[in-house]
Ligand binder design. Structure first.
Ligand SMILES: *Cc1c(COP(=O)(O)O)cnc(C)c1O
Length: 377
């Protein structure tokens, strides 16, 4: 039994679909209604029911979702959008796609979220929007961010890609800002393969999104009228059915992940590693369980050690201004300007975490990490 386990690979994350999920897709395929239709409407309703959002729009992926949000707010050339320096690269790319300039702000090392105390110093006369990220499924400090945005009359787009179901003092991720943007990529809690959701509380903004995602067709005009040069950023009905089906067990998924987090927190010895912390008032969605190693060599050696035992881990997100495109375009002294983001990128490590992962697997990961960190002394 133990021998067999030692040879079974443990993956960072694997999507899990049950028979009912698969049947939900098959039913739509048999119906012949493949593009955006009733199942997309139903998914949007499910997201509203979960988060308390007034409006939701399903779109083709989480990057398209961020892109549409910024476009609907009129953001483009000459504008600046404040983003955390540590996030998945798409957060920066979405700003670049509009022609606006991403202005990076460093993150907290405890939460990996944007450091709100550094926000005001980054605001200029060109700033239009703050785009906080709820990194790994933990909400950024939204009271402070919303207050700063209100004071300076800035829009807020929450990159809640990893944070479906996360909340902050009882309010759900995606419902604080002008827009909340979610991803349905297989690394997130529920998936459509590729997919995204944009939430808003503003009917005029919702209408803009529903127009722009669908070739610029006004959502409820008969006869059909093309009122904008829109995109095709729609989600298909079979993808939407797949997500709605998984959403039935969302609370189970969170409960399971919380049990795994508990195991990690109790089992991992803090020898050269720091465990993630969750500030009061937050419900974390645990898209990623992200630890911080004492240095880059230690982190990389730990990745190799785990890999030699068939345990697959990876760094959690990028220091965006240190990536080639951004480095060449903006030439920031990254280690000096964004030291925490650079540290999170070079010393951070995402451990296996998914609905499918078992407690035995987590225990095996813990044992291998403790063995490694003991040997380092
Ligand atoms: C996954 C992710 C995205 C991009 O979502 P896609 O659906 O893959 O386009 C954007 N921002 C963050 C923080 C993410 O984790």
């Amino acid at each position: 039994m133990m021998e067999a386990m030692a040879n079974t690979p443990i993956f960072l994350s694997r999507p899990y679909l049950d028979e009912e999920d698969i049947q939900a897709v098959v039913d739509v395929l048999r119906s012949g209604n493949l593009v955006q239709g009733d199942k997309v409407l139903k998914l949007e309703q499910n997201i509203n029911d979960l988060t308390g959002s007034k409006f939701s729009s399903a779109v083709s992926n989480g990057t398209a979702s961020l892109h549409l949000a910024l476009l609907a707010l009129g953001i483009g050339q000459g504008d600046e959008v404040i983003v955390p320096a540590f996030s998945y690269i798409a957060t920066g790319n979405a700003v670049e796609l509009t022609g606006a300039k991403p202005v990076f702000v460093d993150v907290h090392l405890e939460t990996f979220n944007i450091d709100e105390s550094k926000l005001e110093a980054a605001i200029t006369s060109h700033t239009k929007c703050i785009m906080p990220v709820h990194e790994f499924g933990l909400c950024a400090n939204m009271e402070v961010i919303m207050a700063i945005a209100a004071k300076h009359k800035l829009f807020v787009v929450e990159d809640a890609a990893c944070a479906i179901g996360a909340s902050h003092y009882g309010k759900f991720a995606g419902t604080f800002g002008d827009f909340g943007s979610f991803s349905l990529h297989p690394r997130k809690s529920v998936t459509s393969g590729e997919g995204g959701i944009l939430t808003t509380q503003n009917p005029a903004l919702d209408r803009k999104i529903k127009t722009l995602r669908n070739h610029g067709i006004a959502p409820d005009r008969i006869p059909m009228e093309f009122v904008a040069a829109g995109f095709n950023y729609r989600l298909t009905d079979f993808q939407a059915a797949l997500v709605s089906s998984q959403m039935r067990r969302l609370q189970q998924i969170f409960q399971h992940k919380n049990e795994l987090v508990e195991l990690y927190n109790q089992g991992l010895k803090q020898n050269g590693i720091v465990l993630p912390s969750v500030p009061d008032g937050n419900v974390h969605s645990w898209q990623t369980f992200h630890i911080l190693c004492k240095d880059e060599y230690f982190r990389n050696s730990l990745i190799d050690h785990l890999k030699s035992h068939q345990i697959f881990t990876n760094y959690g997100a990028q220091c965006i201004p240190a990536m080639t495109y951004y480095k060449e375009k903006y030439k920031y002294d990254v280690a000096k300007l964004f030291p925490n983001s650079f540290k999170a990128y070079t010393c951070g490590l995402a451990l296996p975490m998914s609905e499918r992962l078992t407690k035995e697997e987590v225990q095996a990961v813990i044992n291998r990490i403790n063995q490694f960190t003991n040997d380092q002394k």
